[in-house]
Structures are given as structure tokens and as C-alpha cells.
Design a protein around this ligand. Sequence first.
Ligand SMILES: Cc1cc2nc3c(=O)[nH]c(=O)nc-3n(C[C@H](O)[C@H](O)[C@H](O)COP(=O)(O)OP(=O)(O)OC[C@H]3O[C@@H](n4cnc5c(N)ncnc54)[C@H](O)[C@@H]3O)c2cc1C
Length: 493
Amino acid sequence: MLTDPSRRDVLRQFGALGISGAIGQLYSGSLFAGPGGATGGLERLVAGEVVNRGDGQYEAWRNSMVWHLRKPERYPDTIIRAHSEQDVSSAVKHATDNGLKVSARSSGHNSTGAALRDGGILIDLALLRDVEIDADRKTARIQPALWSEQLVREAGKHGLAFPAAHCPTVALGGYLLGGGAGWNHAHWGSVACYSIKSADVILADGRKVTASADSYPDLYWAVRGVGPGFFGIVTELELQLYPLPQAIYTSMYISPIDNLQTVVAALDKLNQIKDERVEILLLLMHDPQAPENTPPTEAKICMVGVNAFADTEKDAKAMLAPFADSELASASVFRLEDQPSSFAKLYNPENVDTSIGRYAVDNVWTDDPGQALLSLVEHFKKTPSPRTHVLCSYGVKPELREDACFSRIANHYVASYLLWNDAENDGANHAWLKQTNDLLEPFSKGTYINETEATLFPERVKSSFSEDSWKRLAELRKKYDPGKVFHTYIGYS
Ligand SMILES: Cc1cc2nc3c(=O)[nH]c(=O)nc-3n(C[C@H](O)[C@H](O)[C@H](O)COP(=O)(O)OP(=O)(O)OC[C@H]3O[C@@H](n4cnc5c(N)ncnc54)[C@H](O)[C@@H]3O)c2cc1C
């Protein structure tokens, strides 16, 4: 089964750590065809382009709001591409004055296409992607559509870093609002939203307020974890940055999936002793090197990537050494150890597959990743699409804070990323995901809102929050958006 010692295809997948990275090149925005055909009163109020339903360009614009190919059948009346914070404020005020609903989009990576809603105004923030680094204070001021890779690159110029998403083109806006499980986040303060120092928010009346620990603390609490159901639009964020690791090293181990028991037993032990700066990502995947006539059930592999975010080569290698000495390594049929890496390499477009597809994702936080993964093996072998994979992020830092509504996490994270080609296979893939969720349920400590399939399973939005946080969010929604101008979560009203 493991035919090519160069393992190039697998390496490409590992380049940005799995499908998240692989599909990350497929950003929206390039489909914009320009203004064209705008009608109504909004275009007089904003500098940005406005397209209304019925305009010739409307469908191209609508499609470009969601990066994957499974476009939701939801149709805003108007899409505006904001040129400035003032545009956002004017559009929101216009919506409030005219009884219209509003949604926002940063990079359109949300798998449910949460920004696409029926009726009202969709405000596309894609052009709002400025970044300013304050090296002395170790902070960044960013606009919401800034891509993860752009922030990491700019911060890196000042010897600084941030736990940005694993995929280069995921915007910080939606990523941070929902929590943010990114590079080295166990070491950099758990989920990335805890590193938000302040957020500028446009409220339903068009007013801008700054939410921080000292100003609008309830709004600040909500910004840090609310996900795709916020009652405002974030136009700027101040973020805490961290010293850039000077030596990033990587190891990779591949085994047939039938070795999974040994692999997870080894990882359970390694996770106990690993340095906080070591990130372990396990992927169940189809072997891209499997000969074409291999039955799909016999072509599944388990790949483990280990990244050490250290400051010296010596430290990095010491952090990776326990992996090389473990049963993880001895059970592997392929291994590549102690490879020098960098954020530029981890995000390198040449290392990632740029094909696109129909996409769905769901997940659980769990304290028992080994049993959770083992419960999936036979089911995973029968996945309807060879492009689908399951990821387990080991040893996240399960920290919860009173000043953030982010309120569900456990020691590990298991997520299923489904990618397939044809609409006719939607049903089979959705059913497979439902069964996956059912199999993982006994091991679940809650879900992560940024990667739940809310259109198919709306209850998973709620299971991303503690009961107290869910109740408080509803109260704050009433306080800040009494007229229900902003769309709440898909599946909720
Ligand atoms: C390829 C890929 C890789 C990913 N990798 C990771 C990863 O490594 N770690 C991780 O934690 N997650 C990851 N994700 C999940 C990602 O965090 C979520 O999909 C997130 O919602 C994407 O943000 P976005 O700005 O593109 O959202 P969009 O799709 O643009 O917006 C979704 C919703 O978020 C809200 N929203 C977005 N921006 C704003 C704003 N400025 N103000 C108010 N509300 C806003 C709105 O409700 C909007 O409807 C990945 C997703 C993909 C597709």
C-alpha cells in the first residue's frame, strides 16, 4: 500500500497539516466582477460596491461569498463590499432604519456559509485587511479580513508571532470570533480569542464602540467566542503577540490505519510528557499513493505530524526525540524526522493541494482521543469520498476564562473534514457525517462552533457553549440588538 518512498503527496498534505491547509488556498474574493447594476439607496451611502439581487453580477458575487463549492441556497437582497469602517457603519444604519437584516463576511471560510442569509444586506469585509504591528508593546492592530498567513508574516518581521489558523487564507475575523485553534496555541494562551485585547464593534444603530476589559466588558466577553451569530460587526481588533519561535522543527510518521491502536497508545503516553510547545496532529486519511485498483477500505492510513516550536535547533530536536524513540516510530512504515521548518514553510502554497470541492465539517472536544478515533476506524474506511479525513489535535490547553463566552473545550480535539466532488453525493456525505457525530458522541465534551455543520445539525451550535454562556449571550443580544438587525446563528431566530 505504501508505495513511494518519497511520499510526496502525503508530504503535500502535511505541508499545512492536512485538509485545513490543503484547501486553504481556495480563498474567495477573486470572483468579484466589479460594481455593476447597483440599484436602491444604499450605493449613495457607501463608497464600496453594491450589488442587488437581479443584477447581472449578483450570482457571481453571491457564489464568491463562500469559499467551497457547496453553496447554500440562501439569497441576500443586497451584497455590499465595504471599503471602510464608515461603509460598514452606514450600511448597518441603513439596514436598521429600513427594517432590513444584516450579515457580515470576512473570508467566507465558515463551512455552513453563515454569511449567506435570505434577504437583507450582506456586508463583505474582504477589503478590510490592514495590519499594524507595535513591536514594543508586542501587539497588532488588524482589520477582520486579514488572512492568518498575512498576520504571521507581518508579525514575524518584528520577531513576533500569533496563534493564527493553520490555513493561510482563513481570515482572523471569523476565526477569532469563534475561538481560534491555531498554531502552537497550547503555548500561546489556549484558544486565540483570549489574545484579543480589544475590538472595535459597529452596533445596530451604526455606532462604533471599543470593547475591552475596561470598556463594554460584556461585549468584550461576547466577542471572545461568540462565533457566527454576533450582534454587531467587528471592524478592528487589537491582538497580543508572542515571541517568534526561532527554531521550528517537524517530524512525521505514517502507519496503516490498522496500526491505530498502537499509534494512539503511544500518543497517549507522549502527550503526558511532551513540551507545551509541541503540537501533535494525527490524520486518518486515504493513502494518495495507493494503486488505483486498491479497494478504498484497504487504502486508509494514519499520519502523525509533530511540530516543535522551539528557540534553538538543539531544543527542538530534544522536544521531538521522545517521538523518535517511541512505539509511534517503531510502528510506522514511513517516517521523516527532525525537519527544519518555519511558518513560511507551513503556509507554503507549493506544499498544499489547491483542488477544491464540496465541504462539510464537524467535531468534538474530547478527553479520550484514542477511544474516540478507534471507534471511527471501520466507519472511516467506508467514507464516501477518498478526499475526506479525520484530524485529532492532541494536547490542546483546555483553559476557560470568565471574561470570554468561549466555554466548551477539553484536552483534545477531533474533527471530520469532508471533501467531495459532486452534488449528487451530498446525501451520502451528510449521512456519513451524521454517523461520525453519533459515533463520537460518547466521547464528547462539547463542540467547537467554528467547525460545526450548523445547517445540518443546528443543535451543535448550542453544544458549543455552557448553559450560562448561552443564556447570557441571549440577554446581550436583546440588549445590543433589540430590533434583531443582525442574523443570529443558522437554525435559530
Ligand atoms: C480551510 C479551512 C481551514 C481552517 N483552519 C482552521 C484552524 O486552523 N483553526 C480554527 O480554529 N479554525 C479553522 N477553520 C475554521 C474557521 O475558523 C471558521 O470557518 C471561521 O468561521 C472562518 O472565518 P471567516 O472570517 O472566513 O468566516 P466567514 O465565513 O467570513 O463568516 C462566517 C460568520 O462569522 C461571522 N463574522 C465573520 N467576520 C465577522 C466580523 N468581522 N464581525 C462580525 N461577525 C463576523 C458572521 O456571523 C459570519 O456569518 C478553518 C476553516 C477552513 C475552511
